[in-house]
Design a protein around this ligand. Sequence first.
Ligand SMILES: Cc1ncc(COP(=O)(O)O)c(C=O)c1O
Length: 478
Amino acid sequence: MSQLGTEIDATLQRAAQLAAEYLASHQDRSIPVARPLPPSELLAVMNLSLREQGRPFAELTSDMEEVLTHSVRTGHPRFFNQLFGGWDPASILGEWIAALINTSMYTYEAAPVATLMEVEIIRRMNELVGFEKGEGVFAPGGSSSNLMATLAARQRKFPHAKKEGHRAEDKPALFLSTEAHYSVLRAASIMGLGLNAAVEVPCDAEGRMIPEALELAIEESLAAGQTPFFVNATAGTTVAGAFDPISQLADITDKHGLWLHVDASLGGTVLFSNRHRQLMAGVERADSVTWNPHKLMGVPLACSATLMREPGVLRATNAMDADYLFHGKSDTCYDLGDLSLQCGRRVDALKLWFSWQAHGDSGFAQRVDHLFEMAAHFRENLVARDGFELVREPQSISVCFRYIPERLRSLTGESRRDAVSTCTTRVRAQMTEQGRFLLNYATVDGSPAYRMVLVNARTTEEDMTALLDEIERLSEDI
Ligand SMILES: Cc1ncc(COP(=O)(O)O)c(C=O)c1O
């Protein structure tokens, strides 16, 4: 082997060894989830400045070690902070391959294998959703998929907008619940409709859109001379993990001829599970679905499928027919570039394909069932302890709660609310500082609540109990 070959070989082997050690070390609870440092201190510890002269490739493994040391361990079983987490060796392998083949998904010519993998995955996801003739494409994340759905809905209702932009008389209006992800609002802004075109529909106590409130909002919008065109239902809301009643919403969108999008970024994966699939009942009546394998399926970021019930919609919405790229060959149905918003596009489907090979449908079903069981267990454990209160009845893998330390339990009304709010945010800040757990909070019903997310199948009952103990302990000292 040449000198260069030997150095590359030895360095990649060392990198693979470091990667394996890193993943194995996630099981060691004595290693913190994070070692948070302010930017100035982190810059002092790591020299991140770029240089005039390059360095030997072999030296970069020491940088790799530093990156691993100072990054948040999202694969740690006590990382509860986000809707993604854990780690999956098969999809990590897929990520490596994606970097090795370094290609773009726009044409079959450039990405033959990855294109066929994506087509097969989209076929199967559509089958799980119940879109018989469906089509779809991968996007850089749930936000992008939601934007694509909104664009497709506009294409159907206002076909002139692609070329001319909106006409004064269009007055488009779209609907989402108060608990929907902000990317839907941002889609309204990006599309030039303006945030005022978005109508936020109230939710019930568990965070699900109220169908009667949607109906009313549509009628009010029509009476105000607007043109409703799009309803976003959420299957697995960002904070509480709630599932909007899709069938009931579909009755309303059918009646008014509106596009129904289901943002199943979080929840799509429940379709694998016989036990939990009913949460998505009626999804086959939707016009489009967003589904993020980088959330519940445990695939590394980013991996998001945009699914459409009717074929042809994506091309009609997004195609620009760039002749330098798409040469109109007989196999152009495999040129996916005109379906997407990007030109160059990562082969995100590849890591999912590897993961799917390793786990199969049944593995994903077991994963969903296990995560739901853990969330139920956490809920039981929590309500059995003094001072812990659920703020929403959990419907899936997120549990929102507060802890009221003993000294605050005699307080009532606003003073209690303020004191508990202060305690929650301070405990969370201290917990983050100490790095043994990472747990987020969100405003629920006007004040902060902890949001526990169960997405890592390696989290144990002990981890969950340890978190509650930690909250109790830190709350006493504040
Ligand atoms: C319901 C929902 N939709 C969309 C998104 C956005 O997904 P992404 O972060 O991949 O853009 C999120 C993110 O958490 C989400 O919870």
